[in-house]
Ligand binder design. Structure first.
Ligand SMILES: Nc1ncnc2c1ncn2[C@@H]1O[C@H](COP(=O)(O)OP(=O)(O)OP(=O)(O)O)[C@@H](O)[C@H]1O
Length: 265
C-alpha cells in the first residue's frame, strides 16, 4: 500500500532568470517562490495501477520525484508498505524503481553490460543479476538488442532498456514518468504489457501519462493534478462513471475547465 498525504514542494525563483509570462500569471507564484506542488494526496494498493494525470506543468513529475526520493517534500507524508519515507529514506530508495526522463544508460556499454552494472551497484549477486536480466529481457522484449551498444539504439529500445535498469533490483513499487512518450507502437505496447504484468506480481505501479487510452486500459485508480493540487483521487468509475476513454476525456476536460474558472475567479 502506498499512501501520499498533503505533499507540497516549492522552488525559489532565481533572481537572475526572467520568468515567462505564463509563469508570471501562474497562481502558484508567490513572492520569491514557485509552489510546484501545493497539496497532493492519493493512495494505491498492492497490484493496483494508479495513473497520474494533469496538463503540462501541473506538478506530476515533481510529485513522482518526491515519491522516488529524488526530491525531499517541504510538507506531507509518504508511506510505502507501512513504512514512513522520512524515517527510512535509504531503505525506501531500494524499494522503489523510478524511471524519469533523466534515467540514463552508459552509451558505450551494451544493454546487458548496463543492466549488469546497475544490478551490481544495487548489491545483487552475479546469479541474481543474470536471473533479473533474463526475466526483464523477456518482459520488455530486450533480447534482439541485449548485445547492442546503447548509443546505437532507437528511442523505443532505449526506453525499454531504461525501464529494465530502473527495476533491475526488483523493487516493491514501480514509478514511471511518462513511460510511453515518443515511442513507436510496438515499443509503447511492450511498456504497457510490462506495466500490466506488474499487476499479476502484486506490485503497485504509479505512472504519469497524457494518454487516456492507457489509463482506460491499465489503471485501477487515477489522481488528477491541476496547478499543484490533487483535484480528484479515486477509481476510474468514480471519476468518469466508466472506463471508457471518451468518458474519461469528458470528465478530465470538465475538471480542468472548472479548475481554470476557479483560478480565474
Ligand atoms: N527545480 C525546479 N525549479 C523551479 N521550478 C520548477 C522546478 N521543477 C519544476 N518546476 C516547475 O514546477 C511546475 C511543475 O513541473 P512538473 O515538471 O512537475 O510538471 P508536470 O506536470 O510533470 O509537467 P509535464 O506534463 O509537462 O511533464 C512547472 O511550472 C515547472 O516549471
Amino acid at each position: 500500500m502506498i499512501v501520499v498525504e498533503h505533499l507540497a514542494k516549492r522552488f525559489r525563483v532565481p533572481k537572475s532568470k526572467p520568468l515567462s509570462s505564463c509563469k508570471r500569471q501562474d497562481p502558484r507564484l508567490d513572492g520569491h517562490y514557485f509552489y510546484s506542488v501545493r497539496d497532493v494526496s492519493f493512495q494505491t494498493r498492492s497490484g493496483e495501477v494508479l495513473g497520474l494525470l494533469g496538463p503540462n506543468g501541473a506538478g506530476k513529475t515533481t510529485v513522482l520525484r518526491m515519491l522516488s526520493g529524488v526530491l525531499t517534500p517541504d510538507r506531507g507524508r509518504i508511506e510505502i508498505g507501512g513504512q514512513d519515507w522520512q524515517h527510512q529514506p535509504e531503505q525506501m530508495r531500494h524499494q522503489i524503481g523510478f524511471l524519469s526522463a533523466s534515467t540514463s544508460l552508459y552509451q558505450r556499454f551494451t544493454v546487458e553490460e548496463n543492466l549488469h552494472y546497475f544490478g551490481v551497484l544495487y548489491g545483487l549477486s552475479e546469479a541474481k543479476v543474470a536471473q533479473r536480466i533474463s526475466e526483464l529481457s523477456e518482459q520488455l522484449e530486450l533480447e534482439p538488442f541485449l548485445q547492442r551498444k546503447v548509443g546505437e539504439l532507437s528511442l523505443g529500445m532505449n526506453q525499454r532498456a531504461s525501464i529494465a535498469r530502473a527495476v533491475i533490483h526488483q523493487p516493491d513499487v514501480v514509478i514511471l514518468d511518462e513511460p510511453t512518450t515518443g515511442l513507436d507502437i510496438m515499443s509503447a505496447q511492450a511498456v504497457l504489457d510490462f506495466i500490466d504484468s506488474q499487476k499479476t506480481q502484486n506490485r503497485p505501479v504509479i505512472f504519469s501519462t497524457h494518454r487516456l487510452e492507457e489509463v482506460s486500459l491499465l489503471c485501477d485508480r487515477v489522481a488528477i493534478i491541476l496547478y499543484g493540487h490533487c483535484v480528484f483521487e479515486g477509481t476510474l468509475e468514480e471519476f468518469a462513471g466508466s472506463r471508457d476513454t471518451e468518458a474519461l476525456r469528458m470528465a478530465f476536460v470538465e475538471r480542468q475547465k472548472r479548475a481554470q474558472a476557479e483560478v480565474a475567479g
